[in-house]
Design a protein around this ligand. Structure first.
Ligand code: PGA
Length: 260
């Protein structure tokens, strides 16, 4: 994916049952106009993903897994592998802060999962971000650095083209606490400079970076206007089809503006 296209991902988390999910997609598809300059991705629960893959028009929406297991198959009760999701999803969220902080996922897990995605033609969205206390201690840049190195350790330059990075400060997720554009700019500069150090200047320029954390329809344009931000990862506001459509529209406006 090139950086002139905006990427908007709706992370439903553990919300919407089969019926609600299907209704939602029906409603959203009536609202969203397909635009070449915006890629819209829905990340439903694994329960609903298979049936939604039959319902959605992939030119309008792509699907993402919220998580997956890194082994391709075997005795791993309760898990679903990238190999099983291959062909159903185009993206997978990897290392979301709720996975890291509630389910104790480590950088080693994110690394293995990113490898599993790449093996199975799924684009990983590596989520990174500092907690409130790490931020208060001035450790934000170090945390981003560690999570990037930890997740990308086995990724080659060619493979990096498939990886999306989502900066999501943990203290801003689901809290209504908005990160200031200046904070986000600082984080994006740190991420690109780390990518430059690891993969060179071209990779640093080309890598797709999203922002996520309490983004709503009325704040989306401000985040999309930040230099170096290529899209948004939306949690709560993606559960309302109208609010999510407004955000998609903001992304289109922002892409159109950038082209001028
Ligand atoms: P939020 O969630 O928009 O509800 O803060 C974002 C995320 O968890 O990806």
């Amino acid at each position: 994916m090139t950086r002139d296209k905006k990427l908007i991902i709706g992370n439903w988390k553990m919300n919407l049952n089969m019926h609600e999910a299907s209704l939602y997609v029906h409603q959203l598809s009536g609202l969203v106009q397909s635009r070449r300059d915006v890629e819209v991705v829905l990340a439903p629960t694994l329960l609903t993903i298979q049936s939604l893959s039959l319902q959605v028009d992939r030119r309008q929406f792509k699907l993402a897994a919220q998580n997956l297991y890194w082994r391709d198959y075997g005795a791993y009760t309760g898990e679903v592998s990238a190999r099983q999701l291959r062909g159903i999803v185009d993206y997978a969220l990897i290392g979301h802060s709720e996975r890291r902080h509630i389910f104790n996922e480590t950088d080693k897990d994110t690394r293995s999962k990113i490898q599993a995605c790449i093996r199975n033609q799924i684009r990983p969205v590596l989520c990174i971000g500092e907690t409130a206390s790490e931020r208060a201690n001035g450790e934000a840049t170090d945390v981003l650095h560690d999570q990037l190195i930890g997740g990308l350790a086995n990724v080659t330059s060619d493979e990096l083209e498939e990886v999306v990075i989502a900066y999501e400060p943990v203290w801003a997720i689901g809290t209504g606490d908005n990160a200031l554009p200046d904070d986000v700019t600082k984080a994006v500069v740190a991420i690109r400079s780390q990518i430059k150090h690891l993969y060179g200047a071209t990779a640093a320029k080309n890598v797709c970076i999203l922002y996520g954390g309490s983004v709503k329809a009325d704040s989306a344009a401000d985040y999309l206007a930040i230099n170096g931000i290529d899209g948004l990862l939306i949690g709560g506001a993606s559960l309302d089809a109208h609010a999510f459509n407004d955000i998609i529209q903001k992304a289109h406006d922002s892409a159109a503006k950038a082209k001028k």
